[in-house]
Design a protein around this ligand. Structure first.
Ligand code: HEC
Length: 142
């Protein structure tokens, strides 16, 4: 009985979750999606590296990774590829704007971290993930 109840509960929670999914569907060609996903995984790795460097007090190194991997320097990586392989131009403008804001925020974080001020750098950490969260809560590819 207990397992049955639990199963029912899981089912209810599961379907409520699907019904609550208000994310906008923003599909793109397969090549663009593949590039987006691989860039996303690299961003996740970079984020973890930055957190570890900040925790270890290596602020200038954290600044360098933030600028190189997430900052404005990391924008337009696929510019030389065919149109169908470029994620940015296939995004709705509001989605694309979140992405650009995220790159700018990471560059701003890099500037703060490069100053070597630990307190300000720690205070700026949430600005690194704000765009990830905003875009993931707002959009999906499938
Ligand atoms: C402009 C929008 C946008 C921003 C900004 C963004 N993402 Fe994503 N991300 C997506 C979308 C869309 C998907 C695919 C979701 C789906 O499957 O429908 C995705 C998928 C992912 C995935 C799964 C990749 C895979 O192999 O399937 C990871 C990991 C990820 N994002 C990490 C991040 C991190 C970390 C950040 C911030 C540094 C970030 N993303 C910022 C839009 C964004």
């Amino acid at each position: 009985m207990k397992t049955l109840l639990f199963g029912l509960l899981a089912l209810l929670v599961g379907s409520a979750h699907a019904a609550d999914d208000a994310r906008v569907l923003a599909p793109m060609p397969a090549a663009a999606e593949a590039n987006l996903r691989s860039e996303m995984r690299a961003s996740l790795l970079a984020l973890n590296e930055i957190l570890a460097l900040v925790a270890a007090g290596q602020l200038r190194e954290a600044a360098a990774v933030a600028e190189r991997e997430l900052g404005v320097s990391a924008m337009g990586k696929h510019r030389s590829q065919p149109f169908t392989a470029r994620p940015g131009p296939h995004m709705p403008p509001s989605m694309h704007a979140i992405g650009i804001d995220g790159h700018r925020a990471a560059s701003e974080f890099a500037r703060v971290a490069a100053s070597g001020d630990r307190e300000q750098t720690v205070a700026a950490l949430p600005t690194l993930t704000a765009a990830c969260v905003a875009c993931h809560l707002g959009y999906r590819l499938r």
